[in-house]
Structures are given as C-alpha cells and as structure tokens.
Write a protein that binds this ligand. Structure first.
Ligand SMILES: Cc1cc2nc3c(=O)[nH]c(=O)nc-3n(C[C@H](O)[C@H](O)[C@H](O)COP(=O)(O)OP(=O)(O)OC[C@H]3O[C@@H](n4cnc5c(N)ncnc54)[C@H](O)[C@@H]3O)c2cc1C
Length: 321
C-alpha cells in the first residue's frame, strides 16, 4: 500500500492538469486512470478535432492538448497508473483508501476527475452489431479521420457529436448520410444550419431497422417507407452509458449522476473533491477551461485543511520553477 497526499482518479485533461498543479504546490500526487492512455475525452473521443476555447491556445487538436498536458505534468514529481479502474474509495480517520482492480493505496485527500465515470458507448441493439464492430464497419467514435477517407459513411444520431462529425467527414468521405429518428436535431443552431447547407444527405425522421450486407435498412417513422442505404462505414453517436459513481458510500450525486460540489469543489464527504465533468453545481459549464479552474480551486482548498508533513509551496508558478 502506498501513501501520498493526493490521489487523483481519472487522467483526462482536468486530472492531468490537477496533478501538475498539485505537484507545483508541493503535494505528493498519484493519478489512477482506467484507460491504457491518459487524456480522457479529447484523446479518445476526438483526437483530431480542433479545440478553440482553451485559454492561451488559439487552436489545438485533442491529441496535441494531451501531449501538452503530459509535458506540463512531467515538470513535477508524480505517479501515473494506467489501466487501473478505481472501484471503491473508503473514508478512514486520516484520509482515504482507494482500491482499484489491481492495488489498494491510501491518500490524505482524493480528487475525482472521472468525467462522466467509466464510459461505454450506447449500442444499436441490432443483430450482427458485434460482428460489424469487430470488422471496423461500425465505430462508436473516431480515432482517425483517415479511416473514413473515400468511404460512404452513415452517421447515426441527432446531437452535437453526430452533426460535428458529419461536417468534419464531409470533405474526407465520398458521401455522408446523417440519420436521426426525430425531425429536429438536438444541436447548436449554427451547426444545424451548417449541416443543412452542406452536402450531407439528411434522413429524418428515420429509424434503423437492420444491418445488412451492403449497409443499413432504414424505416421512416410512422410509415412503411423503407430505404436501403449502401455504406462502407457506420458511425454511431447515441451517447455513452456511465457507471458513475457508486465509488464511495453516501456520496451525493446530482440528477445526472455527477458529484455535487460546493464552492471549494468539495463533495459532501470531507477531503473528497471533484473537478471537471465529474463535478456538478448550479451554473456548471462542462468545458475544459472551467474544469482546469475547478482543479486549482480544489487543490488550494485542500492545502488549507490537509495535515502535511512538509511545507506547501506558495506563490505564482514563475517563482516556483
Ligand atoms: C465531441 C466532443 C467535443 C468537445 N469539444 C470541446 C471543446 O471544444 N472545448 C471544451 O472545452 N470541451 C469540449 N468537450 C468537452 C470536454 O471534452 C470535457 O469537458 C473534458 O474532457 C472534461 O475533462 P475531464 O478530465 O473532467 O473528464 P474526461 O475527459 O471525461 O476524463 C475522465 C477520465 O477519467 C477516467 N476514469 C473515469 N472513471 C474512472 C475510474 N473509476 N477509475 C479510473 N479512471 C477513471 C476516464 O477513463 C477518463 O480518462 C467536448 C466533448 C466532446 C464529446
């Protein structure tokens, strides 16, 4: 069993930045990440998408943001355990025990940067789906846009992700078909407008009836009209199911299963903090710039109450390195 001041659960963008900031303030810190690679959503769900709203970075891809964050955290001592899922956290007198599928560790404080928790893509629930997914015909997120070059692609879903991907694929794929079961999309007005002006072919309101040898069989809602769509690839954007967060007894969650936090990012359990998409409060905006700020708030708050064997470094970053 190892002892550190702070265990950070989840090495997405907010966890990585939190580890850097905690290290900079002189805390000993360990990060535990269930995936085999750090970086969370930008790394895994949209590595090539461009991000424009992180302060000081006019434009950056998901994958390069992860690289920058890894470079930043490398400046401070820290441990990063990849491929370990945190399964249970127990509150004890002077801190916490954190158990994963491989190890049990202890810490004075815990910061949850688990995003939405362990995510699994929502499936279609149709025959042959697993086979199609194994062969690469069905994807639930895009690792590389190149896989779609010159292909006929069906994008399923009606939210921001489905519409964003349709637009990004427009110039890469031979043809993009967007299929949604309702007439109206649940995406930003501007994106909906861009899609309607693009070459993306829209099928609304259609449901998916079967996966066929050549692609998809669609049925128009409240009608017998069928469409046989020949495609090479199917991109499913039906969202993700989360396992959040029965990680610790008596934790208070918000209605969408995130951790309720106060103004110092502390949960209802003393010493257990949350930041980034894992945290929720009135007025929460689930963006990375907000999550980075929440991590700073949480770490400054915990340094005031933790009993540490060593001095906490104070001051601005420029005076600390
Ligand atoms: C398509 C898309 C586009 C987006 N575009 C933007 C944008 O342009 N700008 C912006 O600011 N935001 C954007 N976002 C939102 C942004 O990605 C999230 O706000 C951000 O990823 C939250 O970071 P996080 O570190 O809190 O959580 P996440 O990125 O979700 O990372 C959480 C990490 O915790 C790990 N984890 C979870 N549970 C456990 C466990 N029990 N044990 C161990 N590890 C665990 C997960 O594996 C994951 O790596 C976008 C999101 C999507 C889906």
């Amino acid at each position: 069993m190892q002892n550190v001041d702070l265990i950070i659960v989840g090495a997405g963008p907010v966890g990585l930045y939190a580890a850097f900031y905690a290290g900079m303030r002189g805390l000993s810190v360990a990060m535990i990440e269930s995936a085999e690679v750090a970086g969370g959503q930008p790394q895994n769900l949209y590595p090539e998408k461009l991000i424009y709203d992180v302060a000081g970075l006019p434009v950056i891809s998901g994958i390069n943001l992860t690289q920058n964050l890894l470079e930043q955290v490398a400046r401070v001592p820290h441990e990063l355990f990849l491929g370990e899922s945190v399964q249970k956290i127990e509150k004890v007198t002077d801190g916490f025990f954190v158990s994963t599928d491989k190890e049990k560790r202890s810490a004075k404080a815990v910061l949850l940067t688990t995003g939405a928790g362990l995510l699994t893509p929502r499936k279609l629930g149709l025959e042959h789906e697993e086979q199609f997914a194994k062969s690469g015909k069905i994807s639930y997120f895009i690792r590389s846009l190149e896989e779609f070059r010159g292909k006929r692609v069906a994008v399923l879903g009606g939210g921001d992700s489905a519409l964003d991907w349709s637009l990004m694929l427009e110039n890469i794929a031979e043809k993009v078909h967007l299929i949604h079961r309702r007439t109206a999309f649940r995406a930003h007005e501007i994106t909906v407008e861009q899609v309607s002006e693009s070459s993306v072919e829209i099928y609304v309101p259609y449901t998916l009836s079967a996966l066929t040898e050549t692609g998809l069989l669609l049925t128009k809602v409240k009608s017998d009209e069928k469409v046989n769509l020949s495609v090479d690839k199917i991109l499913v954007n039906y969202g993700f199911v989360t396992n959040h967060i029965d990680l610790i007894d008596e934790i208070e969650l918000s209605r969408n299963g995130r951790v309720k936090t106060n103004r110092e990012q502390q949960s209802n359990i003393e010493g257990l903090y949350a930041a980034g998409d894992a945290s929720d409060y009135i007025g929460k905006v689930p963006l990375m710039s907000v999550g980075f700020g929440e991590a700073v708030t949480a770490i400054n708050a915990m340094t005031k109450v933790l009993t540490l064997d060593h001095a906490i470094r104070k001051g601005h970053s420029s005076s600390l390195f």
